[in-house]
Write a protein that binds this ligand. Sequence first.
Ligand code: ATP
Ligand code: MG
Ligand code: FE
Length: 350
Amino acid sequence: PLVLGIETSCDETGIGIVRGRTLLSNTIASSMDEHARYGGVVPEVAARAHLEALQPTIEAALAEAGVALDELDAIAVTSGPGLAGALMVGVGAAKALAVSLGKPLYAVNHLVGHIAADLLAGDEVEYPTVALLVSGGHTSLLLVRDLVSDVELLGETMDDAAGEAFDKIARILGLPYPGGPQIDRAAATGDPTAIRFPRGLSRASDMAEHRYDFSFSGLKTAVARWVEQAEAAGGDVSIGDVAASFREAVVDVLVTKALDACARHDVPRLLLGGGVIANRRLREVALARAEAAGVAVRIPPLSLCTDNGAMIAALAAQLIMSGRRPSTLAFGADSTLPVTQIQIAEQPPA
Ligand code: ATP
Ligand code: MG
Ligand code: FE
């Protein structure tokens, strides 16, 4: 099926067009620059930016794919989770488009969309797989037994998301937003073993008791305190060492938990997704430790890892191919949509 996907859960207005598992276009307008001076995504700013960007981004995606609106088989949209105001813009646009064109509409889960992104990467995809999704808004460890029917949440962050932690530490170090790439760059000049920062909730007992939840606020406090004390002592704070040591702590926790989950559930596959996957050290450590553990790692191209509309279209195409009926119009933006809800408001059987 030929599907147009609309994604507006955070600061990217993403419009993607796919035919089954074939990517035809993946067009993105980001309001990231507008948030930079606030040091993080401002929901109202994001929602307004989506309103402005939607129409031109849809037109650009159609042009790039060489597709006309009336050729589409379906419209897909992210219903949640994400920023309520931002989601609402995409949901409204998708309903209007579907109704005016008389096309079926599929409302889907953003996190499961991140997993579906891998379908567009090309080669054969196998389930079950463990999936680690790390971005500015989420840090989730999932067990995917079947993309369209069985996704289980193994753990998620109890405070900051991994990308958010990068952004906050960058701010402490006086580096601009977004912090991830800045920390990555600074870390290249530092020693990752210089400072031993805490690895939250990553002892074996934590993993048993807390499932696979994550916590990065203790790490953030530890870094802030270390920098404060170093400055108070009048010493030179090596930004490189702090960045490298911080990055090492985050990477260690993420990879340790993901591989522990693979072992515990006897799943020799790990899928990585989300904007933090851009982190070179994370990919390096994940690949090395996974190989040692006999786990195959999949990392889609970065343009499919960050928020985009193509992954939403890909998930809907998969739902259609599995015989799912379209969604009714009785759904809205759900900022806390659980990952187990893969499609929202599927029509009852006729
Ligand atoms: P969502 O949470 O809805 O997926 P988002 O916009 O918050 O959306 P992404 O756009 O996927 O997330 O990713 C942005 C985040 O990734 C930011 O927090 C940014 O700092 C982080 N990031 C980007 N590059 C790197 C990197 N090289 N290392 C670590 N973090 C990075
Ligand atoms: Mg973003
Ligand atoms: Fe996302």
